[in-house]
Design a protein around this ligand. Sequence first.
Ligand SMILES: [Zn+2]
Length: 70
Amino acid sequence: MVTEEYKQLSYSDVGMACGFQVRAKTEAEVMKHAKTHAAEAHGLKEISADTEKKIKAAIKTVSADVPAKK
Ligand SMILES: [Zn+2]
């Protein structure tokens, strides 16, 4: 097992009544998933700069054990 760092976002941390959580290798990837979810689940076609700032502030770096590559 190796420990890798991930970027993780919970929408509840952004102040939304929503259990959506995403984990990805980069902040850009997290943002992409967050925007897709906002559009599909909440009808938010556009995310304001303010909301984007809130989302970025809520992104945490977490460590996870993943199987080592062979
Ligand atoms: Zn949601």
